[in-house]
Each structure stands twice: as structure tokens, then as C-alpha cells.
Design a protein around this ligand. Structure first.
Ligand code: UDP
Length: 240
């Protein structure tokens, strides 16, 4: 199965390698593509927010980010083994950019975080062309961010403003970006990859319990996570 729908939201049944292949093809094609990493919070938001639902529907690749989405997709025949998360994708995407000489741009997170990640990626992949800017998802910063990005002519743009701000940012400014072939929201990936926010141990991630670890470390997430039981019930009821 290539694709399924989780409570109406499209999810592509591709694992990490499949995602990397698709993204490499997107860059090869030259035209602009949007990649979304769909988690249960996205699905629930899309139910209540038609604009966000439209943005997800228009994406070229909707990856299953989060064990709740993998669980729901598997119930419908998807053969996905585990989530494909933004944070797990960034290192192999940087490797892909280095190998294929694609330029990479990191946008978002607190001041200095994207710069630090860019420096780390450059140290790991000498020759990788990677630029960074923290910017802001506020529309008043769009012009500055767009001109900084266009000055670098990146092939690939990773946006770390959290959801839904990053998806809405990409939707709002996407057609002003020159030469960007792949734009993707990556949530808190820059914070994880620079060690600012701890990641759940591997066993917890394998057990689909990363959400519990995040909740223990960032208790303010409880409000966002409150939708999860409703999500699970709707999936079990087979609602659409
Ligand atoms: N962020 C930002 N500007 C904002 C709001 C958030 O740069 O106005 C960044 C924040 O610093 C963090 C990321 O967006 O790096 C959001 O991370 P989170 O883990 O909350 O993302 P999500 O859970 O949505 O994937």
C-alpha cells in the first residue's frame, strides 16, 4: 500500500529509506515540493482547521511522524514499521545534501541554535553548503527571511517553528522562495540535534513512548497532548 488516510489526513506509507529516495527525487526534479511530518496532533488540528487541512492535503509527501500515526496507518494495511520523524531525517538529509552537493538552509529555533547545528553539520560533512537563520514565523519577518534564504539559493529548506506555524509559514511564503525544491517542517529537531532538549532513550522510542518522555521533560505539552485520547478513540471507532 502506497498511501492511506488517518481520520481523513493523507499518510504516505514510506519508511526512512523511502522518504530519502522521494526527497532526493524531488530535488532532482527542480520544482518546489513540500514534505509534512504528520503526527496525531496534526490530524486532530486538521479536523478543526480547514486551512491546515488544505495545507496538509497539498503536501507532496506526508510522512508518518509519531507512533500514534504509524499505529493508525498499520490498522489500515500500511506496512510501516516505525515512525519517520523530522529529527531522525535531518542527519541523513544533511548526508544526502553533502553527497549530491545540494545546498541546505536551516530556518527557525531560538537565536543561535540553527547556526550551531549548521556548524556541527559542516564539521561532519566538510564541503556541505549549509546556511542558517533563526528568523520568526511572524509574517512581519517574512521579507527578511525570504531574502536571506534566496541569497543562499538552497535546494532544501528545513523549517523549525513547531506545528502548525512552520507548515503555515511554508504555505504562505513558498512561492517567493527561489530554487527551493524541498521545504519541510521539522518541529523541535534543531533543539534535539544540538543537545538542548534531551531525546527519549531508544527503548522508549521503540515502545512508542517518546510522547511520555517529552511530557515529563516539557510538562507544558499536556495541553497539546490532551487531544491524544480523543484521537485514539476516533481511530478505534473507525471515524473519518
Ligand atoms: N520556534 C521558533 N519560533 C517560534 C515558535 C517556536 O523558532 O515562534 C521553535 C522553537 O524554538 C523550537 C521549535 O520551534 O525549536 C518547536 O519545537 P517543538 O518541539 O515544540 O515542535 P513540535 O512539537 O511542534 O514538533
Amino acid at each position: 500500500m502506497e498511501q492511506t488516510r488517518v481520520l481523513g489526513v493523507r499518510v504516505d506509507c514510506v519508511d526512512m529509506n523511502g522518504a530519502l529516495e522521494r526527497i532526493e527525487d524531488f530535488v532532482g526534479s527542480g520544482s518546489r515540493h513540500v514534505v509534512a511530518t504528520v503526527n496525531p496532533e496534526f490530524v486532530m488540528r486538521a479536523h478543526d482547521d480547514r486551512n491546515f487541512a488544505r495545507v496538509l492535503e497539498a503536501a507532496d509527501l506526508c510522512l508518518a511522524d509519531g507512533s500514534g500515526v504509524v499505529w493508525a496507518a498499520r490498522r489500515q494495511g500500511c506496512t510501516l514499521a516505525k515512525p519517520v520523524t523530522g529529527v531522525d531525517l535531518v542527519p541523513p538529509l544533511a548526508e544526502l545534501c553533502a553527497r549530491r552537493q545540494f545546498r541546505l538552509f536551516l530556518l527557525g529555533a531560538a537565536p543561535g541554535v540553527a547556526d550551531e547545528l549548521a556548524a556541527r553539520l559542516r564539521a561532519k560533512h566538510p564541503g556541505l553548503e549549509v546556511a542558517a537563520h533563526s528568523g520568526s514565523p511572524d509574517p512581519s519577518s517574512d521579507a527578511e527571511s525570504v531574502s536571506m534564504i534566496n541569497a543562499e539559493r538552497p535546494h532544501m529548506l528545513l523549517v523549525a517553528y513547531g506545528s502548525p506555524k512552520q507548515e503555515l509559514w511554508i504555505d504562505r511564503v513558498g512561492d517567493k522562495l527561489e530554487g527551493v525544491a524541498v521545504a519541510m517542517g521539522v518541529g523541535g529537531a534543531f533543539d534535539f540535534l544540538t543537545g538542548r532538549v534531551p531525546r527519549a532513550p531508544r527503548w522508549m522510542r521503540r515502545a512508542g513512548m517518546e510522547w511520555l518522555f517529552r511530557l515529563a521533560n516539557q510538562p507544558w505539552r499536556i495541553r497539546r497532548m490532551a487531544v491524544l485520547p480523543v484521537y485514539a478513540l476516533r481511530v478505534l471507532r473507525g471515524a473519518s
